[in-house]
Design a protein around this ligand. Structure first.
Ligand code: SAM
Length: 211
């Protein structure tokens, strides 16, 4: 993996413009996202890669899709035989398709309402940049800590989490790794696909609960 990539993000992203994700994903934007076949295909490809990283040994497992949006990841997981729970803050996303079999729940992924050791794996695709995007913001650090501790708790022992996301800078990426490993017993590392192409680059954080 090359370390020479740079972020150089010139255009402001929605998560820098809107402080609250539900102010962005509503009305036409929500409709465009949820109905887009190309977004569905891209999110499915990212999910396939996330599964490769999780390297699960069985397919009758329960997986949490955290920040599921309309449920593209959970739909794919369900299609190939996994049981899922899909959580998102935005109820309109969870109601966009009929996804009852994916067990949709409106909830904050930083405060997920589940008992300890519930899930065999957690996948979160393209959501974390909404939670932690400003290194000066203490509230965001606290929410990230809460997410990390919660994920650690609700995951079964010897299980893994994959979080794919779009950090704005290398500093944010590094802080995320630091905050998560310092506040939990997770061991982990970043996997960066296509590191030198800003268009194709995909960043995954793979975390393992070893106990
Ligand atoms: C770009 S969408 C990605 C949705 C979906 N994972 C996908 O791959 O299509 C980001 C999603 O993260 C959700 N999200 C952001 N912050 C969240 C939080 N704290 N708890 C739950 N969901 C959150 C948003 O509501 C939104 O649906």
């Amino acid at each position: 993996m090359s370390n020479n990539y740079d972020f150089n993000v010139k255009r402001k992203r929605p998560e820098e413009i809107y402080s609250d994700v539900s102010d962005y994903f509503k009305g036409e934007i929500l409709e465009q996202y949820a109905s887009s076949k190309s977004i569905m295909k891209t999110q499915e490809e990212i999910t396939i890669r996330a599964l490769e990283l999780l390297n699960l040994e069985r397919d009758d497992l329960l997986i949490l899709d955290a920040g599921s949006g309309p449920g593209f990841t959970a739909m794919y997981l369900n299609e190939i035989g996994y049981k899922t729970v899909a959580i998102d803050l935005i109820s309109e996303f969870l109601n966009y398709y009929d996804i009852k079999e994916l067990n949709p729940i409106v909830a904050d992924m930083c405060l997920p309402p589940f008992k300890p050791s519930t899930f065999d794996a957690i996948i979160s695709i393209s959501a974390l940049q909404w939670i932690y995007r400003d290194i000066e913001n203490q509230q965001m650090s606290l929410m990230l800590k809460s997410l990390s501790k919660s994920f650690f708790q609700i995951l079964k022992p010897n299980s893994r989490v994959v979080i794919q996301f779009y950090p704005k800078s290398k500093k944010i990426l590094e802080n995320i790794g630091k905050i998560i490993t310092e506040s939990t017993g997770f061991h982990g590392n970043f996997i960066i696909d296509h590191p030198n192409s800003q268009r194709k680059r995909k960043i995954y954080l793979l975390l393992e609960k070893e106990t």
